[in-house]
Write a protein that binds this ligand. Structure first.
Ligand code: GUN
Ligand code: FE
Length: 431
């Protein structure tokens, strides 16, 4: 497949959080899947490459969804009136039990994979369920989608429904070994990620085994952290000797870099709404990524993560939809939700923390989360070439608009749900 080409259109991105980088009728050049940069005049050396001329379309970098649950896509937009722990028990665990059936998994994951393929997302980090074979099926479907993803078989050996909980730490670990061995070299774009659901669902014995599995395979880690008050109280009661919630993951070397034992475990933690100063400092020191999931935090009444504070401290931050606690797989919606909740935080909680502006939230959704995947999230030279091409002509307007106005309203008005005309991932045109 030829993945050296030029695309032409109105290119919109953020090189850094504080400013938009806009090129009307610009050229984005891709050579062997890697960006050569954006040009207002096409350099001579690229004139022989094939050209996709998208006319007046908008071209954004692909979005990076750092946290979502594929099995929960089936009940998106429902069951929204409970807080986290009750929501899990009442709705989520019963739905996830169904993935014991490969027939159900095939139907449900097929719908999920098709939806995310056609969204603005080019990369994502996904929770499956604790079922090995359904997770492998999801990985096959994600590979077929053309997206680049991490997919995790969930580990959970306590505090879940009889039909979902794994019967012992040994069984959970054994299944995880089998799953990693079967998938780690199987796909080009789909890789396994270690996925302890969260501390309430993982015994000490299981965490100990996950430490060993991580060390044996060197794979990244994803989980949930300090999402809701009820959850945090529960973790305190389960682990009274740990200094804070994140300290439990850290005790098992599943929390980013650890200079003491010279390890660097790439880690993403969803939420971090209620992280203490000590927890935040450890995330900073260890380079742990935060997946900020504002829609989920509103729906489950979890709270508002102080993202301005985390940005000021220089933490690694991306955005997540957290489907189905977040109702939509739209990353454009995650961008606007992130801005809106930051405004409420500023007004209602602490005026020391200024609201996010559009360029900052767009940056989080692209380059911010993209760093979890390497050089991802922009058309800067050397970045992997992920692009979304959109036609905004159906969003009618009587007045002339600047390109920055078109970019902003494309996001606020959800153009990713109706206006995507083409998408490239790592230089492959997936539609
Ligand atoms: N914490 C543990 N499991 C889950 C989940 O499925 N969704 C959310 N939002 N938080 C969790
Ligand atoms: Fe989640």
């Amino acid at each position: 497949m030829n993945n050296s080409f030029v695309i032409k259109g109105n290119i919109c991105q953020t090189k850094n959080p504080s400013a938009l980088d806009l090129h009307e009728n610009g050229y984005a050049v891709c050579v062997e899947g890697v960006s050569k940069g954006v040009f207002d005049v096409l350099p001579e050396e690229y004139k022989s490459l094939s050209l996709y001329d998208y006319g007046d379309a908008l071209i954004f970098p692909g979005m990076v969804d750092l946290h979502l649950h594929a099995p929960q896509y089936a009940f998106r937009g429902m069951c929204m009136d409970l807080e986290l722990m009750e929501w899990l028990n009442r709705y989520t665990f019963p739905e996830e039990e169904k993935y014991e059936s490969l027939e159900y998994a095939n139907l449900a994951y097929g719908m999920f994979a098709s939806a995310i393929k056609h969204s603005a997302t080019s990369r994502c980090s996904i929770f499956a369920t604790r079922h090995r074979y359904a997770t492998e099926l999801l990985m096959e479907l994600m590979e077929q989608s053309g997206l680049v993803s991490y997919v995790g078989k969930v580990n959970m050996d306590r505090e879940a429904s009889e039909g979902l909980v794994e019967k012992s730490a040994d069984i959970s670990a054994y299944t995880t070994f089998g799953w990693i061995n079967a998938t780690k070299d199987k796909f080009k774009n789909t890789r396994p990620i270690l996925t302890p659901r969260f501390i309430p669902c993982c015994t000490d014995a299981l965490m100990e085994q996950l430490r060993e599995i991580q060390m044996a395979y060197g794979i990244p880690v994803q989980s949930h952290l300090s999402e809701s008050k009820g959850e945090i109280e529960f973790v305190k009661s389960l682990r009274p000797d740990n200094l804070f919630y994140g300290d439990v993951y850290n005790e098992y070397d599943l929390f980013g870099k650890n200079d003491d034992i010279n390890t660097d475990v790439k880690t993403v933690m969803a939420h971090c709404v209620w992280s203490s100063d000590a927890e935040v400092e450890l995330m900073r020191k260890n380079g742990v990524f935060i997946a900020h999931c504002p829609s989920s935090n509103m729906n489950l009444t979890s709270g508002i993560a102080p993202i301005r504070k985390y940005l000021d401290l220089g933490l690694n931050i991306g955005l997540g939809t957290d489907v189905a606690a977040g109702q939509s797989i739209s990353m454009f919606r995650a961008i606007t939700d992130a801005i809106q909740v930051s405004k409420m935080y500023f007004r209602m909680v602490d005026e020391a923390y200024k609201p996010l502006v559009f360029s900052e939230a767009f940056y989080l959704a692209t380059k911010g989360g993209g760093a979890f995947f390497g050089k991802v999230g922009s058309f800067d030279e050397g970045y992997e070439f992920d692009a979304v091409v959109m036609d905004d002509s159906m969003l009618s307007h009587p007045q002339p608009l600047t390109l920055s106005e078109r970019m902003e309203r494309a996001v606020y008005l959800g153009l990713d749900e109706k206006g995507i005309v083409a998408k490239f991932v790592s230089g492959n045109k997936i539609f």
